[in-house]
Design a protein around this ligand. Structure first.
Ligand code: B12
Length: 437
């Protein structure tokens, strides 16, 4: 029995496939699946951003994942394999949010966690008894050591992913994590997390990406984890709530444990926009001070923001450029706030009759599909690309990377950020939202 697992890439510029020489960030799902299936089952993973899908594979079962709009490519791959007579199963966030929609293109959909469902589905497949849907949420987040070797022979970055938590206690209406897990938040036993980090170290890596959608929500856990990580002398990156800046003790501990970069979903510089997304716990008036505290603690700040929420205006989107430059954010990323089917935000926008583009198969996070409150959809799309171009003008890239005091202390690091920024700029001018570095 052989399984081919595919992590599809995305389309850009009218059906061109987005390809990279290297995929720096990789997901963890294939390494977990390879470890939870019976030993005699062969498991091959294809990361389509850096590899080509072998449509002539001898695999018995095709398993397709998909983040956000990459599901569109996933559907096309599924259709092609179905045409060739293969059995296709799909899973991951997007399939889980709209399982009935996705079932049209494959034989079975796994909703949510796959650790129990995937082996169960495999057994049913062997017995000719495949079910349409599987939904076996984990009660406790635990799994065997992921088979990282599946990823290490691929063209990836100099770090591997390790998961601490899954789900999120917050209730941001646009977020897929909240809308799938509904406040459920599970953290793995610290020994299990450390086991995985030690394995990564054994494999020769000095860095890891800590996966957790809100590591700051359980401070006792975070303290214990940092104390253990510190002993391993590794560098790590993660995403986090900006509120970490308000806790100097934790910030110091996180930094001393080897954390070098944190990414913050700060979303918007309009408090009204944050309030409308159920994210009022974030305080825009504190952002600059918080970013400074985090940077001063020796942690680099990257940001994720969305434009097009109800508090946003053309002026506030333009002002976002100054915010990013003034705060010298080294790696800023932006998306157009998109009502992703299956989220509360989608239901809200439909209920208010503000969905302008009803063809969900065209949503890509870089083109407005809903009627914003303070501008037209076209104005929003244009303001979005202008924002990206302004933030990534050569002058502004220099200001955020090499023309800063810290450059002298660590020129190599800032030259690396310069490289990332120039690469993002190159993508932006091709009409590609930079998200895969
Ligand atoms: C690492 C990561 C990336 C990396 C690597 C991407 C890659 N292609 O490998 C980078 C940074 C490049 C990236 C990019 C993007 N990402 Co991303 N990413 C993540 C992140 C932080 C971790 C993923 C992970 O490994 N999780 C741990 C594993 C164990 O969990 P999992 O992937 O969910 O898998 C479990 C289940 O979902 C299920 N499952 C997953 N796949 C499959 C497949 C099958 C067949 C089955 C049966 C089950 C199954 O079983 C697994 C075990 O339980 C998540 C956040 C998160 N909370 O997971 C976002 C996340 C998955 N990304 C997301 C998005 C939107 C994107 C982008 C589309 C961003 C954008 N707007 O452009 C791009 C797409 C790039 C691409 N070409 O794939 C969203 C997905 C939302 C959605 N509705 O689909 C998330 C949830 C972030 C968020 N909060 O919104 N991403």
């Amino acid at each position: 029995m052989k399984i081919l697992f595919i992590q599809p890439t995305s389309y850009y510029d009218n059906n061109k496939l987005l390809k990279k020489k290297r995929l720096y960030f990789v997901g963890l799902a294939p390494a977990i699946f390879a470890s939870v299936i019976p030993e005699d089952v062969e498991f091959e993973a294809c990361l389509e951003t850096i590899e080509n899908v072998n449509f002539n594979t001898d695999a018995d079962l095709i398993a397709i994942s998909g983040m956000g709009h990459t599901i569109l490519r996933g559907i096309d791959i599924a259709k092609e394999f179905k045409r060739r007579g293969k059995t296709v199963v799909m899973g991951g966030y997007m399939a889980s949010l709209v399982p009935k929609e996705i079932k049209q293109y494959c034989d079975s959909v796994i909703i949510g966690d796959g650790e129990i469902s995937f082996p169960k589905m495999l057994e049913d497949f062997k017995n000719g008894n495949l079910q349409d849907f599987y939904n076996d949420p984990l009660k406790k987040l635990t799994y065997p050591l992921p088979k990282y070797e599946l990823l290490t022979n691929k063209k990836i970055g100099d770090f591997l992913p390790v998961q601490a938590g899954r789900g999120c206690p917050n209730v941001c209406s646009f977020c897929s994590v909240y809308c799938l897990y509904r406040k459920k938040y599970m953290q793995r036993d610290i020994n299990e997390v450390i086991r995985d980090i030690k394995r990564i170290k054994e494999l020769g890596y000095k860095k890891f990406l800590l996966l957790d959608d809100n590591i700051y929500s359980n401070l006792e856990y975070l303290k214990l984890l940092c104390n253990e990580i510190k002993k391993l002398n590794m560098k790590w990156m993660s995403q986090c709530s900006i509120k970490i800046a308000d806790n100097p003790e934790i910030l110091k501990l996180v930094s001393e444990s080897g954390c070098v970069t944190l990414s913050f979903g700060i979303e918007s510089i309009s408090q009204e926009s944050l309030d409308k997304m159920n994210k009022s716990w974030a305080d825009v008036s504190k952002y600059s001070e918080q970013i400074k505290k985090i940077t001063d603690a020796g942690i680099d700040v990257s940001t994720e923001m969305v434009v097009g929420a109800d508090g946003d205006t053309i002026e506030s989107i333009n002002a976002t450029v100054d915010f990013i430059i003034d705060n010298k954010i080294v790696v800023p990323r932006f998306y157009i706030l998109t009502p992703i089917p299956g989220t509360d935000f989608y239901n809200e926008i439909v209920a208010q009759d503000r969905l302008v583009n009803k063809n969900i198969y065209t949503y890509n996070g870089a083109e407005a599909v809903h009627m914003p409150k303070n501008m037209t959809p076209d104005e929003l799309t244009n303001a979005y690309w202008k924002l990206y171009k302004d933030v990534f003008s050569i002058k502004n890239i220099f200001k955020r990377t090499i023309l800063r005091e810290e450059f002298i202390k660590n020129p190599i690091k800032y030259l690396f950020y310069l490289y990332i920024n120039l690469f993002y700029r190159y993508q932006i001018y091709q009409g590609i939202t930079p998200n895969v570095i």
